[in-house]
Write a protein that binds this ligand. Sequence first.
Ligand SMILES: Nc1nc2c(c(=O)[nH]1)N[C@H]1C(S)=C(S)[C@@H](COP(=O)(O)O)O[C@H]1N2
Ligand SMILES: [Mo]
Length: 521
Amino acid sequence: MTPGTDRARPLYGALAGLLTGAVAVGVGQLVASLGAQNSSPLVAVGDASIGLAPAPVKNFAISEFGSHDKTVLLIGIGVVLAICAAVIGILGTRRLAYGLAGLGVFAAIGLAAAGTRPGANAGYYAPTLVAAAAGALTLILLLRAIPGSQAPPRHEQPAWAARAADQDRRRFLVTSVAAAGTAVVAGLAGRVLAERGAVTQARAALRLPHPVQMLDDSLPAGADFHIPGLSPFVTSNASFYRVDTALILPQVAPDSWTLRIHGMVEREIEVNFGELLRRPLIETFVTLTCVSDPVEGPYVGNARWLGASLASLIREARPRAGADQILSTSTDGFTCGTPVQTVLDGRDALLAVAMNGLPLPVEHGFPARMVVPGLYGYVSATKWVTDIKLTTFAAETAYWAQRGWAPQAVIKTEGRIDVPVSGATKRAGRIPVAGVAWAQHRGIDAVHVRVDHGPWNQATLAAVPGIDTWRQWRWYWNATPGTHLIEARATDGTGHTQTSFAAPPEPNGASGYPSIQVTIT
Ligand SMILES: Nc1nc2c(c(=O)[nH]1)N[C@H]1C(S)=C(S)[C@@H](COP(=O)(O)O)O[C@H]1N2
Ligand SMILES: [Mo]
């Protein structure tokens, strides 16, 4: 063994460890995609860390990274895994058993996390076990291929030794490339299989029934001012915000979907997807809002939903007196608590199957989700919902309420200035100031705008189909040179004008006037 290869051994070890980790993760993803959904070890570990993360960390992640919080989490897990994998590889160069023991620790963590998956069965352990076996094999092959591992006898001629070292390096390179290729191919195949599977096909094949209560047009007349930069009245499915705790999208096949309604009911019921579609379906516009949406934030969207009346489903189960909470659960274990009274008060609370004329996109809850006008998403809008339990707020606490958010939360009267964009520079003259305002199930009656704390000016409101959506507004401003602060405030259908008090999203929704700064030249 030459001194050079000796010093390089830890580096080779780290590389062997990284490749071992990559093969294990890739193979794990592939095996997971072949079997039960939700069984990916990586996702199980990620979900477990989401579940275990203290509320402030999770809230910070959502407010800082928004819908990208999961990407950040996955990158974080990736970095930690990479470091550990490198260490395992280095340990392996000392003694193979140390490296294998390190792998064993990871397998144990993966198995433990898999066991906590909702609906976990023996099949959930398979991806981790196969991944660990593939990892062990990779580690053994790579460690053996490290140059100098099979040290030539000391009496070898230097020239011979140099040639041997060269061959050794080539052998390590070839083994490494094979390992990297395996990791990439297995990982990609796993991804394609997981996301392009039966559910995507079932969704494409789904024929939506006609609603009994149908809207005339996809866009109500006069609802959209069509001002460039202003949020369109209808948010397209592609640009609709997404907020959930799912690391990979739950893949729920419609023919395996059932909704069970149980708990404090006289008559437990279960409906399958065919039965759901045969119920009288309602079509209605509802604006969803996330409680995490900061003032001027992006987590609001308006869509045309098609679904069965949630109230009529609940009534069929005949809730017992005293049941005040509808605790809904999704296939991935997320829970959500909605007041019974709100769902039964006559509003269009839906078990929705379509969004803007298409079957629900998988990321928005395919095949069925709840939509309840007037309540923030975390207490009303369960996606991939399969279980509804009638209970009480005193007896059970839903996912976000366990983490410090209000157990019940009505959407606050709020708005957003979309035009001009904050920070923009515009020419002096008459320019439109426009935005959207919302107070779902109370409606928007007025919006006022002021400049530099001057008098409030009444904005013109667009038409709306009802009180459950946001409402566009616009006001023409004679802009004069200088830097200006523009604020807006909305008044809802109950006569209540939104508060100027600036509250953060936690625990029950942000408040305060939306405002922008513009420079006029
Ligand atoms: N299964 C599931 N449903 C969920 C959530 C979730 O994390 N998991 N998040 C809720 C929250 S906080 C919001 S704001 C809405 C967002 O719905 P969207 O992603 O379709 O816009 O979904 C709700 N439904
Ligand atoms: Mo939310």
